[in-house]
Write a protein that binds this ligand. Sequence first.
Ligand code: 4NP
Length: 165
Amino acid sequence: MIMKTCTPSSVLLVCLGNICRSPTAEEIFRQQAAIAGLSIKVDSAGTGDWHIGHAPDERAQRHAKAHGYKINKLIARQVNENDFRNFDLILAMDAQNLADLQAIENDLADTENNRAKLALFSEEDPTYGGDDVPDPYKGGEDVFEEVIERIESSARAWIESWKAR
Ligand code: 4NP
């Protein structure tokens, strides 16, 4: 319930590789914000560096497209300290992503007070609140579908919480 007070001007979605969950979340979040009439800068990044410069995983692209989300032009990048200065809110797809982000945040100088708030992506979700968005990378097609369902639900919950203001 940390962001109830106001709509952020920028949101960063973070997973491990930035090729499955967070690029999908980036496009879903962008579309939902636009439909709600909210002007929010949306981006995504990964905590890992293996896929920097890569397009989203082919399976993620295919499942996203089947639900009306075009993510093929997105390019993976790694999260960095400047993201904590440049975004109002950083949302982690799972608890490990959140712990890794907290470790980066802990390395920032204490004097920097104008930094992003951190939360789990599912935090506001009445259905999936507190759950991880499962890592689909080594999973089957069913996990990619579950990822879309959970991301749509949790993104909607954030947008609704801001629209209600
Ligand atoms: P994502 O999925 O974090 O949803 O992008 C993964 C992509 C790649 C790897 C792990 C998870 N990997 O180990 O390379």
